[in-house]
Design a protein around this ligand. Structure first.
Ligand code: HEC
Length: 161
């Protein structure tokens, strides 16, 4: 079939009909600014790094040192990073960004949940809980990359290309 402008327009109308009107209206309010890579590199990763770097144990020649936020500013930075991780899960679920409505949504929701746990742990100033939730966050990242962005996990893996 020759695809004229009219048949293309008709096909587009049929495709539009597949979404509910509410979905279309909701989707049209968003204007994604970055693509997935921008969102990861500019929002998700820097916020997660703040959480991962905040607590832990460093072992050197003098022995073990517990890392922990030292000032009110450092605690606040940790708390805000946790909010950023949580809300970035919502950004990933935006209709323009979601790669599917199944596992992608489930993993994005996990990021929201883990971010919320990190907020609670920061509010409680519970170093162990912050460390544990950091590990859970890392698991969510790698789980999604293993499914949708293998090249992010293993740049040299032939299966990724
Ligand atoms: C719901 C899925 C999903 C989750 C959750 C997720 N990512 Fe990603 N991430 C992706 C996808 C897909 C790409 C590949 C984007 C592209 O290159 O188009 C990516 C790419 C990246 C990149 C490479 C960006 C670049 O510059 O090319 C980084 C860094 C990254 N993610 C960090 C993280 C971190 C840190 C977390 C967890 C805190 C995380 N991601 C959670 C899906 C996800």
């Amino acid at each position: 079939m020759k695809l004229t402008r009219r048949t293309a327009a008709a096909a587009a109308l049929v495709a539009l009909g597949a979404c509910t009107q509410a979905e279309q209206e909701a989707a049209s309010n968003y204007r994604p600014v970055g693509d997935l890579a921008d969102l990861m590199a500019g929002v998700v990763e820097p916020a997660a790094e703040v959480i991962w770097d905040a607590v832990g144990v460093i072992v050197d020649a003098e022995g073990e040192h517990q890392l922990a936020p030292q000032t009110e500013e450092e605690w606040m930075a940790l708390r805000l990073a946790a909010y950023t991780v949580a809300e970035s899960g919502n950004l990933l679920m935006m209709p323009e960004r979601a790669l599917d409505q199944g596992a992608w949504i489930t993993m994005s929701q996990s990021l929201v949940e883990m971010g919320q746990r990190a907020i609670e742990a920061a509010d409680a100033r519970n170093l162990d809980a912050i460390f544990d939730v950091g590990a859970e966050i890392y698991y969510v990242c790698t789980n999604c990359h293993g499914t949708y962005a293998l090249e992010t996990l293993r740049p040299n893996d032939a299966r990724a290309n």
